[in-house]
Design a protein around this ligand. Structure first.
Ligand code: PGA
Length: 252
């Protein structure tokens, strides 16, 4: 089976509104000749509508960086999955390591968020990955196993939808230290194997696994050549239109 590559640009807490719309317009222009690749821009909440408008009818989708697991209610500052659906979002990141580290998102909370994203008819991108310490002490697979089993609690072959898993080794995020293609492939293969064991071969064959952590125009081709890497979740390099466009237009 061939999985459609999926490239997403996570803008994190960067840019003003005018910079965000300009970047979206540039990405649209520079990726217009891309074929057979799904693209998503993931701006901060306040820019979702404006970015959505800017890329409408281009085939580029909009994603959100997080959501509250609840639906509606008296939860000041909360932004829920149904709200995100109503402004045209298609994807929602859950469990990004910066959310886990800076905002205290536990595996349980990540799971609630993922279920609420699925419930709203959107596509969750579940982010998992080990820290440097965990890798150095040989616990990478154990950490991935925990994050997958807790993060995907209550998910089965019927309700998993188009769920995407992003493998983002924490030590590679924003550090310029990218995992080698061999290291990334090894982790991706382990994730796919886990999915096959718990959710069956056909889910494992179809699910898209992104690599994240210092992906750039200069290293994307080597990563995308790995059989189990189906796309990239890009942080820093997605803030420059030409750089991100080259990532989207990776060479096979
Ligand atoms: P980076 O971020 O590309 O800047 O390393 C990746 C991410 O956090 O998704």
């Amino acid at each position: 089976m061939t999985r459609r590559p999926f490239m997403a640009g996570n803008w994190k807490m960067h840019l003003t509104l005018s910079e965000a719309t300009e970047l979206a317009g540039e990405v649209r222009r520079l990726t217009s000749r891309s074929r057979g690749v799904d693209i998503a821009l993931v701006p901060p909440f306040p820019y979702l509508c404006a970015v959505h408008e800017k890329i409408e009818e281009s085939g580029i989708a909009v994603g959100a960086q997080d959501c509250d697991p609840r639906q509606f209610g008296a939860y000041t500052s909360g932004v829920s999955a149904p709200m995100l659906a109503s402004v045209g979002c298609r994807y929602v990141l859950v469990g990004h390591s910066e959310r886990r580290r800076e905002f205290g998102d536990t595996d349980e909370v990540v799971n609630q968020k993922l279920l609420s994203v699925l419930g709203a008819g959107l596509v969750p991108v579940l982010c998992i990955g080990e820290t440097k310490d965990e890798r150095q002490s040989g616990r990478t697979k154990e950490v991935l196993d925990r994050q997958l089993s807790k993060g995907l609690q209550g998910v089965n072959a019927e309700n998993i939808g188009g769920t995407v898993i992003a493998y983002e080794p924490v030590w590679a995020i924003g550090t310029g230290e990218v995992a080698t293609p061999a290291m990334a492939q090894d982790a991706h293969a382990a994730i796919r194997q886990w999915i096959a064991m718990k959710l069956g071969d056909s889910v494992a064959e179809a699910i898209r696994l992104q690599y994240g952590g210092s992906v750039k125009a200069s290293n994307v081709d080597g990563l995308m050549a790995c059989p189990d890497i189906d796309g990239a979740l890009v942080g820093g390099a997605s803030l420059t239109a030409a750089e991100f466009a080259r990532i989207v237009l990776f060479e096979k």
